[in-house]
Design a binder for this molecule. Structure first.
Ligand SMILES: CCCCCCCCCCCCCCC/C=C/C(=O)SCCNC(=O)CCNC(=O)[C@H](O)C(C)(C)COP(=O)(O)OP(=O)(O)OC[C@H]1O[C@@H](n2cnc3c(N)ncnc32)[C@H](O)[C@@H]1OP(=O)(O)O
Ligand SMILES: NC(=O)C1=CN([C@@H]2O[C@H](COP(=O)(O)OP(=O)(O)OC[C@H]3O[C@@H](n4cnc5c(N)ncnc54)[C@H](OP(=O)(O)O)[C@@H]3O)[C@@H](O)[C@H]2O)C=CC1
Length: 323
C-alpha cells in the first residue's frame, strides 16, 4: 500500500454529508489524527540475511533516524558507517531523506552495507595538509641525517630555494585555514582508507620535492630570475583565484546546510572562470602547481602536478555529471 493510498484511507469521511442539508449540524466529535506507522526491515546487502525489523516507525523519520535505531541493536555500526539502499544495486540513501517520501509501501525494506571505519572530513583535510608543511620544512632546515655531512660546507641556498619554501608553506597554511574557516563541507565522514591514500600521496611527494629543491647541489632554473618570477606570478595569481572560488562556493551554502547549488560568477573577476569550467578551484589549483613547477624546475613537482591534474579531472567530471 503506498503513501497516497494511505492518505485516501485516512481522509475525512464526513465530507459528502456537508452539502446534503442546510440545517446547522451538530459538530462531529473530534477525531484523533491517526498516524500510519511504517514497518522497516533491514537486510544485509551481501548475505540477504534479515538483520532487524522495526515496527511502528514514524512516517516522518529520516534515514538518519533509521540508522540511529539500527545502531541501537548493532552498536559497532555507528550511523556514519552505515549505507542503506532501497535497491541492492541502487545508490545509497541520503541521511536527510524522509521515510514517507521514499518510493516504499508501509513495509519498507532497506539493504544495509558496512562502509568501514570513518573519519571526519576535517581530520582528513588537516592531516593531509599538516604533513607536507612539516616535512618540507624538515628538508629546508637540513635536519640531521637528511643530506650527507659532506655537503655541510656547500655554498648557502639560492634565493629561489627560500622563495619555494615560502610558497609551499603558504599554500598548505592557506588550505588548513580554509578547512577551518571557509569550507562548508556537507559529507559527514569519509572512509578511513582515504587518509592512507591521500596522506601517502601528499606526504611522499612533499618529501620527494623538498629533497631535491633543498638539496645542496640543487641547480636553479635554466632561464634564471625571469623564469622564477614568471612561476611566482602564476603561483600567486592562482592562489588568489583558488581562494576566491572557495569563498564563492562557501557563500552558496547556508551554515549547516547540505544543499548544493549551481555556482555562478560573482563580482569578483576571479570567479568569472565559472563561465568556462565547472570546478575553477581545481583549475586554479593546477595553475598554482604549474607556476611552482616553473619556478623550481623540479621533476617531482611536475609529477605531483600531473597526478593532481588526473585526480581533479576525474572529480570535476563527476561534479558535472551530478549537476
Ligand atoms: C614518491 C611516491 C609518490 C606516491 C604517489 C602515490 C600515487 C597514488 C595516487 C593517489 C592519488 C590520490 C590523490 C588524492 C588527492 C587528494 C586531494 C585532496 O586533498 S581532496 C580532499 C580530500 N577528498 C577526498 O579524498 C575525496 C574522497 N571522496 C571519496 O572518496 C568519495 O567521495 C566518498 C567515498 C567519500 C563518497 O563517494 P560519493 O561519490 O559521494 O558517494 P556515492 O554515493 O556515489 O558512493 C560511491 C561508492 O562509495 C561508497 N561510499 C560512500 N560514502 C562512503 C563512505 N563514507 N565510506 C566508504 N564508502 C563510501 C558507496 O557505498 C559507493 O560504493 P558502491 O560499492 O559503488 O556502491
Ligand atoms: N593538489 C591536489 O592534488 C588537490 C588539491 N585539492 C585542493 O583542495 C580543495 C578542496 O578540494 P575538494 O574538496 O575536492 O573541492 P570541492 O570543490 O569538491 O569542494 C570544496 C567546497 O566547496 C563546496 N562546494 C562544491 N561545489 C558546491 C556547490 N555546487 N554548491 C555548494 N557548495 C559546493 C564543497 O561542499 P561539499 O562538502 O558539499 O562537497 C566543499 O565544502 C581544491 O579546491 C583544491 O584547492 C583538491 C584535490 C586535489
Amino acid at each position: 500500500m503506498d503513501v497516497l493510498a494511505l492518505e485516501a484511507k485516512t481522509g475525512n469521511a464526513g465530507d459528502s454529508d456537508k452539502k446534503s442539508s442546510s440545517r446547522p449540524k451538530p459538530k462531529p466529535p473530534k477525531k484523533a489524527k491517526r498516524i500510519v506507522y511504517f514497518e522497516v526491515e533491514i537486510v544485509d546487502l551481501k548475505t540477504k540475511e534479515k538483520l532487524l525489523l522495526l515496527d511502528k516507525v514514524e512516517p516522518t523519520a529520516t534515514v538518519l533516524d533509521i540508522k540511529a535505531l539500527f545502531h541501537k541493536s548493532y552498536p559497532k555500526w555507528y550511523p556514519a558507517r552505515q549505507s542503506l539502499r532501497l535497491d541492492a544495486k541502487g545508490k545509497c540513501l541520503r541521511d536527510e531523506e524522509i521515510l514517507q517520501t521514499l518510493p516504499v509501501g508501509t513495509t519498507a525494506s532497506f539493504y544495509f552495507s558496512d562502509l568501514g571505519p570513518q573519519l571526519t572530513w576535517g581530520t582528513v583535510f588537516l592531516t593531509e595538509c599538516v604533513g607536507p608543511l612539516i616535512i618540507y620544512l624538515m628538508f629546508y632546515f637540513h635536519l640531521p641525517f637528511i643530506y650527507s655531512p659532506k655537503y655541510d660546507f656547500t655554498s648557502s641556498k639560492h634565493w629561489v630555494v627560500h622563495l619555494a619554501c615560502m610558497c609551499h608553506s603558504f599554500h598548505y597554511i592557506k588550505r588548513i585555514l580554509e578547512t577551518m574557516f571557509v569550507h562548508r563541507i556537507s559529507h559527514g565522514t569519509m572512509p578511513l582508507r582515504n587518509i592512507f591514500k591521500n596522506c601517502g600521496y601528499y606526504w611522499c611527494t612533499a618529501a620527494w620535492m623538498a629533497y631535491y629543491i633543498n638539496h645542496p647541489l640543487y641547480t636553479t632554473p635554466y632561464y634564471g630570475q625571469q623564469q622564477v618570477n614568471t612561476g611566482l606570478y602564476i603561483f600567486l595569481f592562482c592562489q588568489v583565484g583558488n581562494f576566491s572560488i572557495h569563498v564563492a562556493l562557501r557563500n552558496l551554502k547556508q551554515p549547516g546546510s547540505k544543499t548544493k547549488k549551481i555556482p555562478y560568477p560573482t563580482k569578483n573577476p576571479f570567479t568569472w572562470m565559472f563561465w568556462l569550467v565547472s570546478c575553477p578551484n581545481y583549475t586554479y589549483e593546477m595553475g598554482s602547481w604549474i607556476g611552482f613547477t616553473l619556478m623550481t624546475q623540479c621533476v617531482p613537482v611536475a609529477f605531483f602536478t600531473i597526478v593532481g591534474f588526473i585526480q581533479m579531472t576525474v572529480w570535476a567530471k563527476g561534479n558535472t555529471t551530478a549537476t
